[in-house]
Design a protein around this ligand. Structure first.
Ligand code: ZN
Length: 550
């Protein structure tokens, strides 16, 4: 019999070693310069809570403009380029001799040799969105060299530079490296919430005396404004002292990039979705652990005897040590005997959070990898017949912990009337959102990362193509052509533009659903622009425009 060495045996040792090395080496001071000219103004801080992830870097303001020179923060070489219509847009990665990688996102364009390299690769692949790992020696850069210009590409809410420093799979707050940065504004505690384990959560506003019955945990919402800005950035440190002793501490120096989604489990997620206010919770869930997770006493739930009074001091601070504090006294009332509503266990399946789960129904199949949920729970699964869709409506949600899944899981539904153009869609939102779907006979399968209601829908509609700044047969003044493209359900899979039969680069901006084509003076006497767009189930729109220049 073959003996396997359990990798789990070595993992903890390796893990401890890595941590020791990381803490010993600290963050090199003065090694990196600023990526932009002038002083840093932040429109988002490191590790702010976002839906489904932490903010992995700093958002540095560019005065509402695009086109500011972006400098390499140290010597090194360009080790990667990624371009996406969504997310980080035009991204650039520079590897430095000290092992760090600096990352720049939402760029407008790449400078000099880097720009020429990217363009060559885009024409080689005939695609705007490319991903390239680049070996050392191809694109060396010097500290202070202009590598790009700042922009608003991808899912950016306004011109800015997103900047990160990464090391060994972690992203680290760039402000820890001695970059020139001033901040004299103190963070503000905006709210504290009490979460009784039996009963409704409530906000305590600015009260100093409150009464609570039974065990409870706390939530803290704090923001920090940057100089010259009213934006509500995140704070760097939250500490809670109970009767003078440290009970909870959360510092956002660094986190592993592959665990970013656990951020959902650290906050009151349903409340955040409703209000955009991220209440950091003291409660701990077994599936949301890691070396970078808050330090707490026990599981973060406070249990005090009836009639006792306790002081709770909340302190939030930023990286420069500016702080805000709030102290409250909590008087413990008699626990109310809870009439727990008897949970209806019909149509529910027990889930152990760190074990996989497989459900094989006659209308629905489900495969959860381990750690799809953050805690042991029961999963509520119901299918109900519907004439509106090509399958029964499938409802999937955990019974207790109202959090989206931490992992992608596989969902298969059986079609009542199958079609090659069918996709699995989540149907309980404002409008249906489709998932990339594969078909095997009557069964349709997608990888999903949501809970809610799902059903099979058919997409028979071709994508739409509409010119923005030109019209068929008319003269135009500019060399840059803009075309809006959209799809009703399954989503745009490919988009290609041809000028007089030749493939031409069309930059696709997801947020404005616009293709931008720089015709480089080719229009002159008149050109034919062909735009071909295909959706995820193969519906095609293919339009040719005749354009003349005045
Ligand atoms: Zn950002």
């Amino acid at each position: 019999m073959k003996r396997l060495t359990p990798p789990t045996l070595f993992f903890p040792i390796l893990f401890i070693l890595c941590n020791l090395i990381a803490s010993a080496q600290e963050f090199p001071q003065g090694y990196f310069r600023l990526p932009l000219d002038g002083d840093i103004g932040l429109s988002a801080t490191f590790a702010e809570f976002r839906t489904g992830h932490f903010h992995a870097g700093l958002d540095i303001r560019t005065g509402g403009e695009v086109g500011k020179p972006v400098y390499s923060v140290a010597d090194g070489y360009v080790c990667g380029v990624r371009i996406s219509p969504w997310g980080g847009g035009k991204m650039l990665y520079v590897k430095h001799p000290n092992g760090y990688t600096s990352v720049y996102m939402h760029l407008n364009d790449y400078a000099g040799e880097i720009g020429r390299y990217v363009r060559r690769e885009q024409y080689k692949e005939q695609a705007y969105a490319i991903v390239r790992d680049i070996p050392e020696g191809v694109l060396p850069v010097k500290k202070g060299q202009v590598i790009a210009h700042s922009g608003n590409s991808g899912s950016s809410g306004g011109p800015h530079l997103h900047f990160e420093l990464r090391h060994n799979g972690h992203t680290i707050n760039p402000l820890l490296f001695g970059l020139r940065y001033s901040d004299n504004i103190k963070p503000i505690i905006r709210g504290i919430r009490i979460y009784p384990t039996e009963g409704e959560a409530f906000n305590i506003a600015k009260q100093e005396e409150i009464e609570v019955a039974g065990p409870f945990y706390l939530g803290v919402y704090a923001t920090d404004a940057a100089e010259g800005s009213t934006l509500r950035n995140g704070v760097d440190k939250v500490e809670i002292f109970v009767d003078g002793k440290l009970f909870f501490k959360y510092i956002t120096n660094r986190f592993p990039l592959d665990s970013s989604r656990i951020s959902n489990a650290l906050i009151d997620y349903p409340y955040y979705v409703r209000t955009r206010e991220a209440y950091l919770l003291t409660r701990s869930l077994p599936g949301a652990q890691g070396e970078w997770i808050p330090v707490r006493q026990g599981n973060g739930i406070l249990r005090f005897a009836e009639g006792t009074t306790h002081s709770i001091r909340v302190r939030v601070s930023d990286i420069k040590g500016n702080l805000d504090e709030h102290t409250l006294n909590i008087k413990m009332l008699a626990s109310i005997a809870s009439d727990k509503p008897s949970t209806d266990e019909r149509n529910t399946y027990p889930v152990v959070y760190n074990k996989p789960l497989k459900i094989n129904g006659t209308e629905l199949k489900l495969t959860f990898p381990a750690h799809t949920l953050y805690d042991n729970d029961r999963l509520h699964i119901v299918t109900s017949a519907s004439s509106l869709y090509r399958s029964p409506v499938c409802t999937i949600k955990p019974c207790t912990v109202d959090l989206p899944p931490n992992e992608w899981y596989t969902l298969s539904v059986k079609a009542t009337s199958p079609s090659d153009k069918a996709v699995i869609a989540r149907i309980d939102g404002r409008r249906p959102t489709a998932y990339k779907t594969t078909r095997e006979g009557d069964w349709f399968t997608a990888s999903v990362r949501d809970f809610g209601q799902f059903a099979l829908m058919v997409d028979h509609e071709a994508p739409r193509i509409s010119p923005v700044n030109f019209r068929e047969g008319k003269n135009i003044k500019t060399n840059t052509l803009r075309v809006k493209i959209s799809d009703n359900l399954s989503g745009i899979e490919t988009y290609n533009c041809y000028l007089n039969g030749q493939w031409i680069l069309a930059e696709y901006d997801g947020k404005s659903a616009t293709l931008t084509i720089d015709a480089h003076g080719a229009i002159k006497k008149g050109v034919k622009l062909r735009v071909a767009v295909v959706d995820a189930v193969g519906n095609t729109a293919d339009v040719t425009f005749t354009i003349r220049k005045t």
